[in-house]
Design a protein around this ligand. Structure first.
Ligand SMILES: Nc1ncnc2c1ncn2[C@@H]1O[C@H](COP(=O)(O)OP(=O)(O)O)[C@@H](O)[C@H]1O
Ligand SMILES: [Mg+2]
Length: 357
């Protein structure tokens, strides 16, 4: 019970079936008051289904949901405390911005002067004070989503639910609104759950990320934990860029990728002879000189310029057929005057993460 008191939103053994299809399987999740949590996963993994269960828009098949210590599992949406923003703006096209934002308050029979004050405050908050009399069709996509956000916040809900609110916007607006939404959330301290399939969005905005695959929670953690210590190969692959190698565990806390040996941390859960997948991120390799004992010789196959960084595809005679990518700072790239065909020595700075084959 103490857990339910410390956590604002508690999801217990939640499952959802559509006929025979299992969309969510035994989801357990605790969200602390004021936290910004992202549900992250590929399209169709169950993110929206989970969000809709939290809102009561589509009831779970089994399991329970507690909000602010109260069992809300079977309450209709109108009796739950949340504001929601969807991907498609879903504003009322025939109502002005002001009327759109006022909608929930009018439903609650809030006095007119209070509504006016609150709407003005919200539009100020989202930077649209000059658009009160505009209609949605006269606003840009980004502006419409800001109106949707103001509308969701109008009744001062304790929980804000966002379903891919930025994915219909172009890149520049998206990056800007990411920052704005995050700041607004911090300022208001409202517990927020945002669905996204965009790992960069989740990594930049979330306090914690819930990675979902095929209706299962794969990992829950801070952006840093998810990036540095992906618990499954799926998470390692889905978040950021990762090199995967076929490898075999050998004695002396090492792993062998073809003829190359990499050191392992001593607490590896694998045994000598185990076939595994070894994973190393591009930025975990450095270019070094041949005298370095743990360096190995590679050949540059391809160079991809990314501005600040350069992605360099390498092959290595000691692991034929397994190319891999390293990321090199532009300044280092120039220093070594790297070019295709060149032979360089590289070294892995960390032990590879291991996953079952
Ligand atoms: N009303 C429904 N009836 C049948 N299947 C559904 C329904 N809603 C969602 N699904 C299925 O459940 C899975 C998860 O959907 P959804 O939660 O919308 O995924 P996401 O938001 O992660 O893209 C998908 O395979 C989808 O086709
Ligand atoms: Mg969805």
């Amino acid at each position: 019970m103490s857990d339910k008191q410390n956590n604002y939103l508690v999801i217990e053994d939640l499952s959802k079936r559509f006929g025979d299809f299992v969309a969510l399987k035994d989801v357990n999740l605790n969200i602390v008051e004021g936290e910004f949590v992202c549900f992250l996963g590929p399209s169709g993994c169950g993110k929206t289904t989970l969000l809709r269960a939290i809102a009561g828009l589509d009831l779970q098949s089994s399991g329970r949901i507690f909000q602010a210590g109260k069992d809300v599992s079977v309450l209709p949406p109108a009796e739950r405390d949340f504001g929601i923003v969807f991907q498609s703006y879903a504003l009322f096209p025939n109502l002005t911005v002001e009327k759109n934002v006022a909608y929930g308050l009018e439903n609650r029979k809030t006095p007119k002067d209070q509504i006016k004050e609150r709407v003005a405050e919200l539009l100020e908050l989202v930077g649209l004070s000059d658009k009160t009399q505009s209609y949605p069709s006269n606003l840009s996509g980004g502006q419409q989503q800001r109106v949707a956000l103001a509308r969701a916040l109008a009744t001062s809900p304790s929980l804000l639910l966002l379903d891919e609110p930025l994915s219909a916007l172009d890149a520049k607006v998206r990056a800007f609104l990411r920052h704005e939404i995050k700041q607004l959330q911090r300022k208001l301290g409202v517990t927020t759950v945002m669905v996204t399939h965009d790992q960069e969005e989740a990594l930049t905005m979330a306090d914690r990320i819930v990675v979902i695959k095929d209706g299962y929670v794969e990992q829950i953690g801070t952006p840093n934990e998810i990036y540095q210590q992906p618990q499954t190969k799926f998470v390692a692959d889905f978040i950021g860029t990762m090199n995967f190698f076929k490898a075999q565990v050998i004695e002396n806390d090492g792993v062998k990728i073809d003829e190359l040996i990499f050191k392992l941390e001593t607490d590896s859960e694998y045994f000598k002879g185990d076939q595994v997948i070894a994973a190393i991120r591009p930025e975990e390799f450095i270019i070094t000189d041949a005298s370095n004992k743990s360096a190995f010789e590679t050949r540059i196959e391809e160079i991809e310029f990314l501005g600040n960084f350069v992605r360099v595809l390498l092959s290595c005679d000691q692991m034929p057929g397994q190319t891999f990518v390293i990321s090199v700072e532009e300044r280092i790239f120039r220093l070594h005057a790297l070019e295709e065909g060149q032979v360089i020595h590289v070294n892995a700075l960390v032990s590879p993460r291991l996953y079952p084959l």
